[in-house]
Ligand binder design. Structure first.
Ligand SMILES: *[C@@H]1O[C@H](CO)[C@@H](O)[C@H](O)[C@H]1NC(C)=O
Ligand SMILES: *[C@@H]1O[C@H](CO)[C@@H](O)[C@H](O)[C@H]1NC(C)=O
Ligand SMILES: *[C@@H]1O[C@H](CO)[C@@H](O)[C@H](O)[C@H]1NC(C)=O
Length: 235
């Protein structure tokens, strides 16, 4: 997410020069740190796949972390330009880690197909995209109004990144080559048709999921990208 947001950098510089009182940025730092940790662990699992068995656990933990952090972010005091500057370096690391994770998820599609977990990962990615959208929306609401407005042109890249991964994990790009592994209960999702035959693409859930996503994502992704763009611009 290599956004260039010169206007924001300028605004921050001006704010810094006006000796705005520094505030405690520990709340937002904590949110970003736990997000970074969960992202890094999940990415490690994706990159090691299928050599590890921790993918689902790490993914679930990342999703839960984002949900929990969204709640905390909503309860957080409003941020100043100084807060934003204080979390700049950490924010860039979160952006970069998110970037890698989403790309690595898409790139691992052949491994996921071989293991029969395409459907799970497609749905998971759609869920995660929405969760990240809510998280960024919650954080975004705490930034100074001028910053929110200034960054609004820069949402396309993050949105494209998520959509790219979802496409890579959906038929026809990712089709389970074996029956999905049984989880608890019968929540196994759509299966393939056994080894040796190329299964018919499973379009029902994927297509409606994508359609729903496309119709719903834009405002959410826009806000997510506003914050991502803002983070990236901080020095
Ligand atoms: C911020 O607040 C936390 C907890 O309230 C405290 O431990 C920390 O020392 C504070 N940091 C600064 C820089 O004031
Ligand atoms: C995605 O979210 C839906 C709705 O909350 C849930 O039923 C489903 O189990 C989730 N799927 C994955 C793979 O996380
Ligand atoms: C799970 O699915 C299998 C086969 O489709 C079925 O025989 C079994 O009764 C199901 N179990 C439950 C708890 O629904």
């Amino acid at each position: 997410m290599k956004f260039t947001v010169a206007i924001l950098a300028l605004a921050l510089q001006v704010a810094a020069e006006q000796h705005i009182v520094a505030r405690n940025a520990s709340v937002i730092s904590g949110l970003l740190s736990s997000t970074l940790t969960s992202l890094t662990i999940a990415d490690t699992q994706v990159k090691a796949y299928p050599g590890t068995h921790g993918l689902r656990g790490a993914n679930t933990n990342l999703y839960k972390t984002i949900k929990k952090n969204t709640k905390t972010a909503k309860a957080m005091p409003e941020l100043t330009f100084e807060d934003a500057k204080a979390i700049g370096a950490l924010s860039r690391r979160v952006s970069a880690a998110g970037d890698s994770y989403i790309k690595d998820l898409g790139a691992a599609a052949p491994h996921f197909a071989a293991a029969g977990v395409c459907t799970y990962l497609e749905h998971y990615t759609i869920n995660l995209s929405a969760a990240f959208g809510e998280f960024f929306t919650a954080i975004d609401a705490k930034f100074p109004a001028g910053v929110q407005v200034a960054a609004q042109g820069h949402f396309a890249e993050l949105s494209a990144l998520f959509l790219g991964a979802e496409k890579a994990l959906a038929p026809p790009n990712c089709v389970n080559q074996i029956e999905p592994p049984r989880m608890h209960g019968n929540h196994s999702g759509h299966g393939g048709h056994g080894a040796g035959h190329k299964p018919a693409p499973v379009v029902t859930a994927g297509a409606s999921g994508m359609a729903g996503l496309i119709s719903e994502l834009s405002p959410v992704a826009a806000l997510a990208a506003v914050v991502a763009a803002f983070f990236w611009s901080l020095e």
